[in-house]
Design a binder for this molecule. Structure first.
Ligand SMILES: *[C@@H]1O[C@H](CO)[C@@H](O)[C@H](O)[C@H]1NC(C)=O
Ligand SMILES: *[C@@H]1O[C@H](CO)[C@@H](O)[C@H](O)[C@H]1NC(C)=O
Length: 364
C-alpha cells in the first residue's frame, strides 16, 4: 500500500513536471473584517514566493477568474533577478475569505492583504505591484494609498480609474461598453452566476481565457441573465494560453474554491466602498512610477479608449502606456513581448534593483 501510494505520488509528480511546483507555497494569517456581521477574523492568504534573498520585490496580483499560476511566464522570467511574490487574492485559489461577498472586499481590503503578505514574507526593500484585470485595480490602489510600501505599479489591461468624481455605477458604462453587461449579472444574481460558472468549470475556463485569434459569439458578455449561453452548442478545446497541466490546475483550484467569492469584485457595496475610501481621502493621484499595458483586441473593451475617457494619464503623472494586439491576457498570450516591456521598464525605472542580492548572514 505504501509503495503503491509512493508510486502514485511520483507519477503525479512527473505529470505536473515544473508546474505548479515553482517556488515555495506559504500562507499569511491576515485580519479581515466581515462587514455584514462587523466581526474581524483572521483569514489565510496563500502566496508563492521565489528567491527571497533578492533585494527588491515584484508582487503579482491576478484578476478574475485567476489564481497565482496565471503568472507562470513572468515568474520564470524574473525569478533570478527579483524576489517574486505571487498571491491568491482573498476568496480565490487557496486563500480564505471573511464571508460577506458583497461588502468585505474593497480595493482597500485587498491592499491590506498585500501589505500583510509582504510583512509575513519580511520584505524590506522596494516592492513593485504588478496586476492584471481586477488585480490592476488593486495595484493602482496600492500605489495611491501606500506609496510608502509600493514604489511602482504595473497594470495589465485595466487603466487607472480615479475616484475624484462622483461614484459611477456600472450601468453608466453600458452604453459605451455593452460588453460590461455581464457585470450586472454577476452583481445582481450571485448564486445563479456562481452555479452557472461551476456547472462545468473546465468549460468556463476555456471560455474566459481567450486568445485574440478566437472570435467570441456576438452576444458574449452582453447578457444580464447568463454568462455562458452564447456558447451553447459550441465545442471548445483548451485555450492556447495554457498547457494541459495549467488548465488542470486552474480547474482543480476553482472546483475547490467555487466561484461565489470570486464574484466579490462586481458587488455594488465593494465597489462603492473602494470609491469612497479614495474619494474621502482626497489624494486621487497615483504618484509612483507606473506602466500600463492595454490590450486592443479584448472582447470586454478597448482599454486604450477607456484610459482616454477616464483621463488616466492626468492622474498618474509618471505613467507610460503601451498598446498591445492581444485579447484580455497579454501576459499569457504574448509572454516574451510583455516580459520585455516589464523588464525594460523595471530596469529603467529602478536601475539598482535588478539582480542585486543581499548576502545571508555570515556569508562572504
Ligand atoms: C490617503 O492618502 C495618503 C497620500 O497618498 C496616503 O498616505 C494614505 O495612506 C491614504 N489613506 C487612505 C485610507 O487611503
Ligand atoms: C494567430 O494568428 C496569427 C496571424 O493571423 C498567426 O500567425 C498565429 O500563429 C495565430 N496564433 C494562434 C495561437 O493560433
Amino acid at each position: 500500500m505504501l509503495l503503491f501510494t509512493l508510486a502514485i505520488t511520483l507519477l503525479s509528480g512527473f505529470a505536473v513536471a515544473q508546474f505548479p511546483l515553482i517556488g515555495k507555497h506559504r500562507t499569511a494569517r491576515c485580519p479581515a473584517v466581515n462587514r455584514a456581521t462587523d466581526e474581524t477574523k483572521a483569514i489565510d492568504i496563500h502566496y508563492v514566493e521565489v528567491n527571497p534573498r533578492a533585494k527588491d520585490t515584484l508582487i503579482f496580483v491576478h484578476g478574475w477568474p485567476g489564481i497565482w499560476s496565471i503568472w507562470k511566464h513572468q515568474i520564470n522570467e524574473f525569478k533570478n533577478d527579483y524576489r517574486v511574490v505571487v498571491v491568491d487574492v482573498r476568496g480565490m485559489g487557496a486563500s480564505g475569505h471573511p464571508g460577506d461577498v458583497e461588502g468585505s472586499s474593497s480595493t482597500g481590503d485587498f491592499v491590506d492583504d498585500l501589505v500583510c503578505v509582504l510583512k509575513h514574507a519580511e520584505v524590506a526593500g522596494k516592492s513593485v505591484c504588478i496586476g492584471h484585470d481586477w488585480g490592476s485595480s488593486i495595484c493602482w490602489e496600492a500605489g495611491r494609498a501606500r506609496p510608502d510600501i509600493f514604489s511602482g505599479v504595473i497594470s495589465l489591461a485595466v487603466p487607472y480609474l480615479a475616484s475624484a468624481g462622483p461614484y459611477t455605477p456600472i450601468e453608466a458604462f453600458l452604453k459605451t461598453f455593452p460588453r460590461l453587461t455581464y457585470q450586472v449579472y454577476f452583481r445582481d444574481t450571485i448564486d445563479n452566476a456562481a452555479a452557472e460558472l461551476e456547472a462545468d468549470v473546465r468549460r468556463t475556463i476555456r471560455i474566459v481565457y481567450k486568445h485574440s485569434n478566437t472570435t467570441a459569439p456576438d452576444t458574449f458578455l452582453t447578457s444580464s441573465t447568463s454568462f455562458l449561453t452564447p456558447y451553447d452548442g459550441i465545442e471548445l478545446s483548451r485555450s492556447p494560453l495554457m498547457t494541459q497541466e495549467e488548465e488542470d490546475y486552474l480547474v482543480d483550484q476553482f472546483t475547490k474554491s467555487g466561484f461565489k467569492n470570486s464574484l466579490q469584485f462586481y458587488q455594488h457595496r465593494n465597489r462603492y466602498l473602494s470609491w469612497q475610501i479614495a474619494h474621502d481621502n482626497g489624494t486621487f493621484n497615483v504618484n509612483v512610477p507606473s506602466l500600463a499595458i492595454y490590450p486592443n483586441k479584448d472582447s470586454v473593451a478597448d482599454w486604450n479608449v477607456v484610459s482616454e475617457i477616464a483621463k488616466s494619464k492626468s492622474f498618474v503623472p509618471q505613467l507610460e502606456e503601451v498598446s498591445v494586439p492581444t485579447a484580455h491576457c497579454p501576459h499569457m498570450e504574448r509572454p516574451k513581448e510583455i516580459n520585455a516591456y516589464l523588464g525594460d521598464w523595471l530596469t529603467r525605472t529602478f536601475p539598482s534593483s535588478r539582480g542585486t542580492f543581499e548576502k545571508a548572514e555570515g556569508e562572504l
